[in-house]
Write a protein that binds this ligand. Structure first.
Ligand SMILES: [Zn+2]
Length: 283
């Protein structure tokens, strides 16, 4: 029997025996679910922006210094539409829910595409630390309220012309009259609203109820080194600190365990769909 199957079986047994499961999901998980920021999806949806600005992929394009708000919002509306409003349920997120739904689980994620909600994970069990593509905030964070951008996005994608939206569609802060931004963490002006603090409390409460003798499985999915202090390093620390914690790490390019956790980590650099197909056939 090959080692891949042995690891798969070992991991599914860990998941089955767990008292608690803490999921940590990063960009690699959404990419594996089909929300890829480069390649065909990018080429198909951003031809006009590629021609005009030479942008290379969806992630770096969000940092492009557009000179006007009309261009900035034409781009953001397209980006948010393509990755948030037009996606719907995805197979991989659905399989993850099937795997954990009868367990006491919690999701910690840096992903901002709203996929955990779209796929039916319980609201009280999700902490999306880095924001949500569906929300806007004051660019200077003059107040801590968030606003849905759904109407704006749909109007904007309909009326984008030459990579610009009409000036009357450009959103302005209802308090200071300044510019607005998508609510994703990229500078010190990121707004953590009431809901964000509620999610943070739910996460603390989840961790707080786990006793030392309880078996906690950390399921780390596609978390790289972009913001490792949010999921990857804390998961390694938790694994190291407690004998009843084990780590299952799925990552196409950085799946290795730290040496100290070698015996408590099961690593996979294989295709995530293949892994979840196998696991879901065994629950
Ligand atoms: Zn403002």
């Amino acid at each position: 029997m090959d080692k891949f199957v042995l690891r798969l079986d070992k991991a599914i047994n860990e998941i089955r025996d767990a008292d608690y499961i803490l999921i940590g999901a990063g960009a690699g998980f959404s990419a594996a679910a089909g929300i890829e920021y480069s390649g065909k999806r990018f080429d198909d949806n951003f031809q006009d922006f590629i021609k005009k600005y030479g942008v290379k992929d969806m992630y770096s394009a969000t940092f492009y210094p557009y000179e006007t708000q009309e261009e900035k919002w034409a781009h953001w509306a397209r980006h948010v539409y393509v990755n948030r409003y037009s996606v719907g349920k995805t197979k991989l997120y659905g399989q993850l829910l099937d795997l954990v739904k009868d367990k006491d689980y919690f999701v910690l994620t840096t992903n901002v595409e709203h996929q955990f909600w779209i796929n039916g994970f319980e609201d009280e069990r999700i902490f999306a630390t880095q924001g949500d593509y569906g929300m806007m905030q004051c660019a200077k964070a003059c107040h801590d309220k968030l606003y849905s951008n759904e109407e704006l996005v749909f109007k904007a994608i309909e009326s984008t012309d030459d990579c610009k939206i009409p000036s009357e569609l450009v959103p302005v802060c209802p308090v200071c009259g300044g510019n607005m931004e998508i609510n994703v963490r990229k500078d010190n002006f990121f707004v953590e609203n009431e809901k964000w603090h509620e999610m943070a409390e739910n996460y603390s409460r989840f961790l707080g109820k786990i006793n030392e003798e309880d078996k906690l499985v950390l399921l780390e999915l596609g978390v790289g080194f972009n913001t490792p202090v949010i999921i990857r390093y804390p998961f390694e620390q938790m694994t190291y600190n407690n004998p009843n914690v084990s780590l299952i790490r799925l990552n196409r390019s950085h799946s290795q365990a730290i040496p100290e956790n070698k015996d408590k980590t099961i690593s996979f650099d294989e295709d995530l769909s293949e892994i979840f197909d196998y696991w879901c056939g065994r629950i």
